[in-house]
Design a binder for this molecule. Structure first.
Ligand SMILES: [Zn+2]
Length: 368
C-alpha cells in the first residue's frame, strides 16, 4: 500500500526539483553566522532556533510584507563572494541529502550587488558553490547535478541585462532564465525584450505566472512571451469547469497547456502558505494530475515554507492520495522538463530514476 510510504522511504527515492529559490533555502544557522561575519545587523534574533521559528511564523502570518521581509534577511547576508559560495554549496548538500539527483536552483543576481559585486562575480560564486557541492556529494556516493536559472525581478527594469547574462553563462552552468516577483500590476509583457533575446539565442526560460494572479498572466507568459515552462501555473484550473455529471471541461487555455505539454512547476506547501490553495488535499495538483497535465512538484522556498522535496511528496501521498507510481510520474515529468540536453535527461530517467523507483517498489512489495 502506497499510504505506508514513510518519509525515510521517500527520502531514498531519486527526486528532481525544477523550482527552488537559492535565497529561499538558506539554513537558519548559516544566516546567523553569515550575519556576524558580514556585519549584517538587522536580524530579528541571532539564535538559530529562534531564527528558524521567526521565519516560519513570519511566513505563515499571511502578511505579504512579513513574508517579503524574510527574503530581505536571507539576501542581506548573501552579499560577499564567500557567503554566496557557501549558501550555494549548502543548498546542494541539503538537496543531495534529501535524495535529489537533479535540481535547477534559481536566484536573481541583481539582489546580491549591495556591496558592489558585479553580476558576473555573483554568478561565478553561485556556480563555484554548486560545483564544490557536486564534487563533495559525489565523494560521499551521492550523485547530484545542479543547473542555475538566472531570475530577473519583474518589478525592476533589468530583465534584458539578466537575460544577456544568462546567455553569456549558458555553457558554464546556467541552464535558463526566469522572471519572478509581484504578479499583479507587473505583467510579463513588460519584459518582452528579455524573452525575445532568450528565444532568439535558442535558450530556455520559465516564468512565474498564475500563482496568485489568474489566467491572463498565464496566457501572456505562454502566448506572448513564449515561455517553456510555467512557475506555479496553478490558476490554470480557472479555465476548467465541470458539467452536470461532474466531468471536467477544459477551456482553450487549459487545453493548450495540457496538450502542448507545458510543464507546471507546482509548489503545494508554498501555495497553501500564500493562500493560492486551501490545503494540500484540495490543491489543484490532484485534478491536474488526473487530467494528465505535465505536472511537477517542487519546494519553492525550503526555509520560508519549512519544507524539502521528500516532505512535499510525503504530504501528497498522505493528504492527497498520491501513490509511488504517481511520485515516479512526477519525477519523470520533471526530468523531461529540465533544461539540460535531451540525451542527458534520458540517461537520468533510464539509469537513475526508473531503477531507483523499481528498487523501492520491490523492497516495499508494490507492483506497478
Ligand atoms: Zn518561485
Amino acid at each position: 500500500m502506497s499510504s505506508n510510504l514513510s518519509l525515510e522511504v521517500i527520502k531514498s527515492l531519486p527526486k528532481v526539483v525544477l523550482h527552488d529559490h537559492l535565497d529561499g533555502g538558506v539554513r537558519p544557522a548559516t544566516i546567523a553566522e553569515l550575519a556576524k561575519e558580514t556585519g549584517y545587523d538587522k536580524l530579528p534574533t541571532q539564535d538559530p532556533v529562534a531564527l528558524a521559528n521567526w521565519f516560519r511564523e513570519a511566513c505563515d502570518s499571511g502578511s505579504l510584507e512579513t513574508y517579503l521581509e524574510a527574503f530581505v534577511h536571507t539576501v542581506g547576508v548573501m552579499q560577499t563572494p564567500a557567503a554566496i559560495e557557501r549558501v550555494a554549496f549548502e543548498a546542494v548538500e541539503d538537496l543531495a541529502n534529501d535524495g535529489v539527483v537533479y535540481a535547477e536552483i534559481r536566484m536573481a543576481p541583481e539582489l546580491l550587488q549591495e556591496k558592489g559585486l558585479s553580476l558576473d562575480e555573483v554568478v561565478e560564486q553561485m556556480l563555484a558553490g554548486f560545483k564544490r557541492g557536486e564534487r563533495e556529494m559525489q565523494a560521499q556516493g551521492k550523485t547530484i547535478r545542479i543547473g542555475l536559472l538566472l531570475t530577473a525581478m519583474r518589478t525592476a527594469a533589468r530583465s534584458s541585462e539578466i537575460a544577456q547574462l544568462a546567455i553569456k553563462w549558458r555553457d558554464k552552468g546556467v541552464v535558463g532564465f526566469d522572471i519572478a516577483g509581484k504578479e499583479a500590476g507587473y505583467p510579463p509583457t513588460r519584459h518582452l525584450d528579455a524573452f525575445d533575446a532568450i528565444r532568439q539565442a535558442n535558450f530556455h526560460m520559465t516564468i512565474h505566472a498564475g500563482e496568485a494572479f489568474g489566467l491572463p498572466s498565464i496566457w501572456e507568459a505562454v502566448q506572448i512571451c513564449g515561455t517553456d515552462r510555467l512557475g506555479h501555473g496553478v490558476r490554470i484550473v480557472d479555465d476548467i469547469t465541470f458539467d452536470s455529471n461532474n466531468s471536467p471541461i477544459l477551456g482553450p487555455m487549459a487545453a493548450y497547456v495540457r496538450d502542448r505539454r507545458v510543464p507546471l512547476e507546482m509548489c503545494p506547501s508554498s501555495n497553501v502558505q500564500t493562500g493560492a490553495a486551501k490545503s494540500i488535499k484540495e490543491h489543484p495538483i490532484s485534478l491536474l494530475r488526473k487530467l494528465q497535465f505535465r505536472v511537477t512538484v517542487n519546494t519553492d522556498n525550503r526555509l520560508m515554507s519549512d519544507t524539502f522535496m521528500s516532505k512535499e511528496m510525503y504530504l501528497l501521498v498522505h493528504e492527497a492520495g498520491f501513490t509511488l507510481k504517481d511520485l515516479q510520474w512526477l519525477t519523470v515529468n520533471a526530468m523531461k522538463s529540465a533544461f539540460i540536453p535531451f540525451d542527458e535527461r534520458l540517461a537520468l530517467i533510464n539509469e537513475v530514476i526508473k531503477p531507483g523507483y523499481a528498487k523501492v517498489a520491490k523492497d516495499q512489495g508494490i507492483t506497478f
